[in-house]
Design a protein around this ligand. Sequence first.
Ligand code: SAH
Ligand code: SF4
Ligand code: F3S
Length: 440
Amino acid sequence: MSAPKKLFIKTYGCQMNVYDSERMAEALGEKGYVEAKTADDADMILLNTCHIREKAAEKIYSELGRFKGLKAAKPDLKIGVAGCVAQAEGQEIMRRQPMVDLVVGPQSYHRLPEMETKIRQGEKALDTDFPEEDKFEKLKSRPKAKRGPTAFLTVQEGCDKFCAFCVVPYTRGAEVSRPADRILTEARDLVERGVREITLLGQNVNAYHGAGENGDLTLAQLIWQLDKVDGLERIRFTTSHPNDMMDDLIEAHGTCTKLMPYLHLPVQSGSDKILKRMNRSHTAESYLRVVEKIRAARPDILLSGDFIVGFPEETEADFQATLDLIAEVKYGTAYSFKYSTRPGTPAAERPQVDDAEASERLQRLQALLSRQQREIQESMVGREVGVLLEKPGRLSGQMVGKSDYLHSVHVSDCNREVGDLARVRIMASSTNSLAGELIR
Ligand code: SAH
Ligand code: SF4
Ligand code: F3S
């Protein structure tokens, strides 16, 4: 028998791409591919790409440039591009980098095995359709390797919101929710394989409305179904839109013990003028009201956000409104970006903010966010938290995991197994992590 072929996947972008890369590896596993540790070692390289900002997209072309030498040395090497750049620029990729053999969009991954056959025959394969069939059904995972204690599970994909800056509605397509029974089957399967924590994924995960036995389920109802899965200890979800933060979901944060006290709730800006131009369909005030309700249901919840600085026509006063909102909310962690012009989106046509000005604002915003992050981390010292142990630490006897609030925690003198949920007292806070001791 010939040696198995090796596949190297490099993943960029959001958590959904991480999930998708696992599914693609499984799909190609059916064709005899096993994982390669490095690109040098691979018979096929797949880049799973992100189109959200210009830098992310341009990086792919320089990365592809670097594979030229590899391909010259190993003519049988196949190179593929998947993900959101593939969807947005499929033809262009093939034109700019003729050594690319395969381009596959996020809705066509289940067709990878056929596409692989085609490229092995020396043809090119390009598929950026939005097919009718259910890719998740076709991508059902194969037998049953053990895996680590945390996993992602896509429950909703695509977006109908069309924020004026964003490519996602174009690259991922319209909002679709998966039926609840399929999600539950996948969750049980993950738990059998060792998973203790599942993060439900969707571009607008809280708009979930998948079919259940008696009509559509809300995300909260789905979470309560998952709550009954024995062996599953923690549930998280991301990313939520402020307008879809329904009362039953807010309530679940107060009553469902498996649902972790962490919520990623992007606001993008604190200025109503900018929010309107972003087509966000919420105001600073309505966002703050949602935050208030969530904190009433779960006072210790850790909030996380996304911010765009330097959106077209943002003035210093608009920017100040964002700083004010941040000061009021107090984020435990946040992601902030300088606005990046995306071809084909409405904001690309608007008067742009001076780049140096935008960079300077971003620095000020990030200084405030890091200060808040540090304060909230320091406030954890002395507290008792749950930590799901994910791997051994660098020091002898130490283990590393995530707290209920998603902080990385180094637990000293920890004679427990990976996958155990430990009670830990937090003893110290450093830049990006906490240190703690087991409560015995
Ligand atoms: N669906 C999620 C996140 C989508 S993309 C949501 O609605 O929140 C992740 C983040 O990237 C966004 O929240 C936004 O802050 C940022 N982003 C999206 N498009 C961008 C652009 N053109 N320039 C800069 N940042 C952008
Ligand atoms: Fe993009 Fe807005 Fe949809 Fe989020 S809600 S994916 S930012 S269009
Ligand atoms: Fe990027 Fe696509 Fe995710 S553009 S952020 S990989 S949905």
